[in-house]
Design a protein around this ligand. Sequence first.
Ligand SMILES: [Zn+2]
Length: 257
Amino acid sequence: MSATESEASSQLCIYCRTNPAGSNEHIFGTWLITDLTAVLGRAPGHGWISSEENRREILGGERRANKYSFDFITDTVCHRCNNGWMNDVDIKARRTVHSLIRGDRTLLTGAARARVAAWAAKTAVTARFAHVEPDYVSEQWTSELFTSHKAPQDWLVWLAHYRGNEGLKYLAEDVRVTAPNSPTDVLVPHGVLMTTVLGQLCVQVLGFENTFALTESDITTALQIWPTSPRRCKWPLDGYIDDSNLVVYSHRLLGPS
Ligand SMILES: [Zn+2]
């Protein structure tokens, strides 16, 4: 699917596929930037969206009603989705996300982790339309998010504790699965990989179109929050990542390129 800005205005919403698109969805909502500004003690003046070859700076600024926002926007959703279920997903995650970005000592229940995973997955999918070159988005992903308001069942979401200088950093790319030892034999052509830093929170999302069994490398700094389990977990985690290993961490699930 491709969606340039001019095309998007005549398209249907990527989620409900019923109403016309055209609502300006901020990938990082005003609530998030407001909370992040409070935590950092300064507005996160800029952030980065990238894969390395598809990189641009996103700038923050005071816009309407003195609200601070980022120029990281897509108009591929409709008003009803934007102000309805997508807003609900944000509202339900906000309290926990705020604790995570502040590094507050928090007990993360299974329900709280599921709400954060839903917000992260919705952000990862919607953001792909706002990339320098919009990335592939499967109808399976958008329809599952739209109907369940949860992260897609087969997706994986992790949290890591970040302690570095980036107030906001967004790293994302389209990934694929190839056969072991045969990089030209593509088993799954598209997948979402997003790693986002917000304050002390680093959230990572990996999702494909088909069920995908991951043999995770031994990373003890990350906490898998989706698919969720009922046990409680403590935040912040014991280990952390910083600016010396953030990029390595963001690529930890990828094989040699
Ligand atoms: Zn819609």
